[in-house]
Design a protein around this ligand. Structure first.
Ligand code: RUG
Length: 842
């Protein structure tokens, strides 16, 4: 197809781009930034932080220059754009990524060395931009990288949260402690404030029917107004001059300071508006357990959607005036989960109320340019706003949603087959506004249904998940609009997640394949397959892994004081802590291993496969069970790491504050990673792809993207176990009759009996999976436990054969090409957005 040809051409041209190696100019450049930005002289004692700032501002110059060229080019071509609307962007650090993507690592590394620093030390000065919770936010960041990389005109739009994802610490007792993530305190060299780009965003108030030009219209009279202020964050591609953009919105008060109130001595009132505005963007995902929290979250969602849509429409109008029918040929939006789906109502408000278009024309435009990605099957994450909250916060939008819903219901009534009673049941099941099933007095707006009705395309994020989306979650809708639904299996950027985070392995791959072309064309990694059984290559591959294990061991030593033997298997599970992800089952397996080791003779222990197990991830502040799971990990770790009989054979560490930077250190060092969610619950997973790329073997369930990873790697190379998605409903129904494995019972008794202390605190955890009645052990830990232990035995067996283990490891990396986000973005561009790459001249 045309798009594939364009991309291929773009890549061919890009490969000619040579990395900048202008080392001579690097030192003077850095020194100039030391003077102008850091405010010190070249003869001062320069700290790592000073050099970080100097290097960041130097790199930023290069970014901005390319950014301007890219955007001038796209504007001149009047390219069609995709706008990725996401409440989360988990960007991590920018420095290394920018320096490497711009090909400037050689240039700066030497200059830094001459000043007595290395790149790694300097890079550690940067705080992660953690504007996301987990997979969904990191996916958005990978997508931006790939969009720039393949020259696709597109931007991300989100919120410039003042405090990102909380910093996780452990208190003395081993419980999670949440600390604010004050990431902007020392400034952010990577953003550009666009003072001139600011939009008013309104909330609350009421609507009033008025007659305008002989027509009755609804006029919104809001009672709060704030400004959304644009900040641009340039996103560089690799071996291309393209630099894309992430535009984040800050909230400002319309009146900065109430001088009259101040002069009257009311100091609190004088700052009130400012505080109210700042509150909107203060924290990522405020706890929504209270009505106040819910309102604030909806406010955040509307805030960034309203600013982003006004921004797009303003640019469109500047170019095309009121030729609104052209809009879907110039702009498409991808709504990342339900968080930005108020966009459906906002698009209608802007086109009908502000631009004066007839409803039908506006609907035809809006429903062509909006698309929705579903990322979860968890009902609690498919947002539903009480009508009361929506009507209070966004009264005009509530009216618009009601009009959309009326039209939708009418359409259903005229088009659905069946008797009147059958139709009525279907209409009730598919209505965008419906009763709360737990509280019949409350009406809810189902944001996912609004998105499905208002979008051109709806997609899931892995093959199995897209099937569940079609056949379960939105089955009624799928039957009506089969062509609306697609699959777009997730991906991750091979730049950050292999080439830059694991330079040791990247160098070996490049040497072996004869070129670094795989960095932009990950399918070329399949060329490693033919070396998988080559003994010489295997030993080089193992040496790289050992190097990375040594690095991680040093990090753990610095945090815990413990020495770790790098000949032991590094077994890692890192992701958000959730019952469905089953870190709990991992701990139960570790307890079983510990108990077995205790029973062994010293000789038997010596013959076992020693492991260092690591678990990391944050528990949502209001998620009590997840916090108890963390405490179980720390309690079990404390016992086994200090037991002289076992500590040489088994360790368990909880790694606090898991974030992008920590992932970059862990993933290259991992030998086994665990992706053990209950079949049918993990939409895709993306860390599984990162581990795979880095040659880490997977123990996993037949769930999410594990399935496709196994297909690409060779199912025989993956340790697969557990119940399948299609079995879980039946198993849940049969809960009461389930006979648990004796080993499982023994461990439950151990925890309940206080083997790891804190038995009262662990009681709800034990109860949640051990009383076999319907509704208990929802995530089927008991059902999978025996199969999990068997799979772990198989892991040990294979690890005892280093050649077989290494062969598999190579096969993982070789099979990871499909999981490049470049592939995913190409599919979105071709099948959903209809956007072609457009490369600016270098
Ligand atoms: O839990 C899902 C992951 O399975 C998936 O890989 C990721 C990206 O598609 O999105 C995660 N997710 C889902 N994060 N938040 C949600 C629900 O809002």
């Amino acid at each position: 197809s045309v798009i594939v040809q364009n991309i291929a051409e773009a890549e061919r041209v890009g490969k000619k781009g040579k990395p900048v190696k202008d080392t001579a100019s690097a030192l003077p450049e850095l020194m100039s930034k030391v003077r102008s930005v850091v405010g010190k002289s070249a003869t001062s004692d320069l700290t790592a932080r000073d050099l970080y700032n100097a290097l960041a501002y130097s790199t930023r110059d290069g970014l901005i220059e390319r950014f301007n060229k890219t955007h001038e080019h796209w504007a001149a071509k009047d390219s069609k754009f995709v706008y990725y609307l996401s409440a989360e962007f988990l960007m991590g650090r920018t420095l290394t990524n920018a320096v490497y993507n711009l090909g400037m690592e050689g240039k700066y590394a030497e200059a830094l060395r001459s000043l007595g620093y290395d790149m790694e030390t300097i890079q550690e000065q940067e705080r992660d931009a953690s504007l996301g919770n987990g997979g969904l936010g990191r996916l958005a960041a990978c997508f931006l990288d790939s969009m720039a990389n393949i020259d696709l005109p597109g931007w991300g739009y989100g919120i410039r949260y003042k405090y990102g994802m909380f910093k996780q610490a452990l208190d003395k007792g081993g419980y999670q402690k949440e600390l604010p993530d004050i990431w902007l305190t020392d400034g952010n060299p990577w953003e550009v404030k666009r003072s001139e780009i600011k939009y008013e965003v309104c909330f609350g108030g009421r609507t009033e029917k008025k007659t305008v030009n002989g027509k009755e219209v609804s006029v919104w009279e809001p009672n709060q107004r704030v400004y959304a202020q644009a900040y641009d964050n340039p996103i560089p591609g690799f071996q291309t001059p393209t630099v894309g953009n992430l535009r984040l919105w800050d909230a400002l008060p319309v009146t900065e300071f109430d001088l009259a109130a101040f002069n009257a001595g009311d100091y609190d009132k004088s700052m009130l508006e400012k505080e109210k505005a700042e509150c909107i963007v203060a924290v990522l995902y405020p706890n929504d357990a209270t009505p106040e929290g819910k309102e604030l979250r909806l406010k955040q969602q509307y805030f960034f959607v309203a600013a982003s849509m006004q921004d797009v429409l303003t640019r469109f109008k500047a170019k095309h005036g009121s030729k609104w029918d052209l809009l879907p040929t110039k702009a498409v939006f991808q709504m990342n989960d339900t968080h930005p789906t108020i966009a459906v109502a906002e698009a209608m408000r802007l086109l009908v109320d502000v631009e004066g278009l007839p409803w039908e024309q506006a609907w035809s435009i809006s429903s062509k340019m909006l698309n929705y990605t579903n990322h979860t099957v968890m009902p609690e994450a498919l947002e539903k706003w009480p009508v009361k909250v929506m009507a209070k916060m966004l009264p005009r939008h509530m009216e618009i949603i009601e009009i959309i819903n009326e039209g939708w219901i009418q359409w259903l009534q005229s088009n659905l087959p069946g008797t009147a009673a059958e139709k009525a049941a279907k209409v009730a099941a598919m209505s965008i506004v419906h009763e709360n099933q737990w509280n019949k007095d409350e009406l809810l707006v189902n944001m996912a249904y609004l998105a499905v009705v208002g979008s051109a395309h709806v997609n899931g994020v892995a093959a199995i998940h897209s099937d569940i989306v079609k056949n379960e979650i939105f089955n009624d809708f799928y039957k009506i609009f089969p062509n609306k639904f697609q699959n777009k299996t997730n991906g991750v950027t091979p730049r950050r997640w292999l080439a830059w985070c694991n330079p040791e392995l990247a160098t070996l791959i490049t040497k072996t394949l004869g070129s670094d072309a795989w960095i932009n064309n990950a399918e070329l990694l399949s060329g490693l397959r033919k070396f998988a059984s080559d003994k010489n290559f295997q030993s080089q591959w193992r040496a790289v892994k050992q190097q990375r294990k040594a690095k991680l061991a040093a990090m753990i030593k610095s945090q815990t004081g413990d020495d770790i033997d790098i000949n032991n298997m590094f077994d890692i599970q890192v992701k958000r802590i959730h019952e469905y992800k089953r870190q709990y089952m991992n701990v139960l397996g570790i307890i079983w291993r510990y108990k077995q080791l205790k029973k062994m003779t010293p000789a038997e222990r010596k013959a076992s496969v020693p492991r260092v197990c690591m678990i990391g991830g944050k528990a949502a502040s209001a998620y009590d069970m997840a916090k108890r799971i963390i405490r179980l990990v720390t309690a079990v770790g404390a016992k086994i790491n200090n037991d002289p009989d076992t500590k040489d054979y088994l360790r368990l560490y909880f790694l606090p504050d898991y974030n992008v930077s920590l992932a970059e250190a862990l993933i290259p060092a991992a030998e086994l990673s665990q992706h053990i969610s209950t079949g049918g619950t993990e939409a895709s997973g993306t860390s599984n792809m990162k581990f795979q790329m880095n040659g880490c073997l997977i123990i996993g369930t037949w769930d999410g993207a594990n399935i496709e990873i196994a297909e690409e790697t060779g199912v025989e190379n993956v340790f697969v176990f557990g119940v399948r998605a299609e079995e879980i409903n039946q198993l849940r129904k049969e809960r009461a009759n389930y006979k648990t494995d004796p080993r499982f019972n023994e461990i439950m008794n151990d925890i309940a009996g206080g083997m790891f202390g804190d038995k009262e605190y662990f009681k709800p955890l034990v109860d949640s999976i051990s009383n076999m009645k319907v509704g208990n052990d929802w995530f089927l830990v008991a059902n999978d436990f025996a199969a999990y232990l068997d799979a772990q035995e198989e892991v040990d067996k294979v690890y005892k054969d280093p050649e077989e283990w290494t062969r598999r490891s190579i096969m993982y990396t070789a099979g990871s090409g499909k999981f490049s986000s470049d592939r995913t973005i190409r599919e979105y561009a071709e099948d959903i957005w209809d956007i072609k790459p457009e490369r600016p001249l270098a």
